[in-house]
Ligand binder design. Structure first.
Ligand code: AMP
Length: 296
């Protein structure tokens, strides 16, 4: 497995591979790998000849009071895990290499970035789209894989790719969960054992909404009230948002249909902000764009 720190070296490698006729899949990450990341890498192997994993804790997508300074890191372990997945190259630049002195450009997607996480994390998505656009230009992938876990991010990237004519196929990958239903996240290390039960309120909230919808409830206001009651039972959980939105436009919906995604963001124990989401009416057939129903 090759490891590149320098954008130019990464770019040269990718150009050489293109000349050899090899296709490339990019898996963008911030490192501290868990099974969710590894499943994206394996998916990548099935989509292209070569998999490149970017490993970069992007400072511009963190707000001033967020967890950039304490974001968990373990580069050695990550290299070992990526190698086990037969990843072909890791791209691990420093912030200075990505944003050299004089850097001025920003890629920002409109309206859909103002909703959901965009409300409580102003500037976050501009940080994401700028870095992803840079990664696309550095790695030259044919395809890139993103987790459905960051549902809004996936929608925003799809919009950017369409709007800016990037010739890159964007593939979404289902959420990988712990046995108890908790969506895997690098930030789960912030949760102590005492907060674990409260953290599970997200997955159980999604399940509850799916159950009610299966029983025939389609009115979003009723489902929302039910979820507010659900979260009120967990004193360590403070809801940021409970939103029923259209899977592409992210517009709020009043009546649940097959496009409705329930997106949740909840602060747990004042320490960690968790997100999770699921289609309210899970598809009968699961493709890689649709979330599997949570286990009963
Ligand atoms: P991160 O390192 O948290 O920026 O995540 C890198 C990629 O992994 C993003 O596309 C995430 O959506 C994806 N990802 C993170 N957690 C999960 C998960 N539990 N299941 C599937 N994909 C995930």
């Amino acid at each position: 497995m090759d490891i590149f720190y320098n954008p130019k070296e990464m770019q040269d490698w990718s150009r050489r591979q293109a000349i050899l006729g090899k296709t490339i899949c990019l898996v963008p990450t911030m490192g501290y790998f868990h099974e969710g990341h590894l499943s994206l890498m394996r998916k990548g192997k099935s989509l292209a000849d070569l998999v490149v994993v970017s490993h970069f804790v992007n400072p511009t997508q963190f707000g001033p009071n967020e967890d950039l300074g304490r974001y968990p890191r373990d580069f050695k372990r990550d290299i070992y895990l990526a190698e086990q997945q037969k990843v072909d190259a890791i791209f691990a630049p420093t912030p200075e290499q990505m944003y050299p002195a004089g850097f001025l450009t920003e890629v920002s997607v409109g309206e859909i970035t103002a909703r959901l996480c965009g409300k409580s994390r102003p500037g976050h998505f501009a940080g994401v789209t700028t870095v992803v656009a840079k990664l696309f230009n550095i790695v030259h992938p044919d395809v890139a894989v993103f987790g459905q876990k960051d549902f809004q991010q996936l929608a925003v990237i799809r919009r950017m790719v369409r709007d800016l004519n990037f010739s890159i196929k964007i593939v979404g990958h289902p959420i990988i969960r712990e046995k108890d239903g908790l969506a895997m996240s690098s930030r789960n290390v912030y949760l102590g054992e005492d907060n674990r039960a409260s953290a599970l309120s997200l997955a159980s909230g999604l399940q509850l909404a799916q159950q009610r919808a299966r029983q025939g409830e389609r009115a979003v206001t009723n489902l929302q009230t039910m979820l507010q009651d659900h979260f009120s039972v967990y004193p360590a959980a403070t809801v940021d948002y409970i939103s029923f939105v259209h899977d592409e436009t992210l517009e709020p919906m009043e009546i649940v249909d097959e496009h409705t995604v329930l997106a949740l963001a909840v602060h747990i124990g004042g320490k960690v902000r968790l997100i999770d989401n699921a289609y309210v009416l899970p598809a009968e057939e699961t493709d890689c764009l649709r979330e599997q129903p949570l286990a009963e």
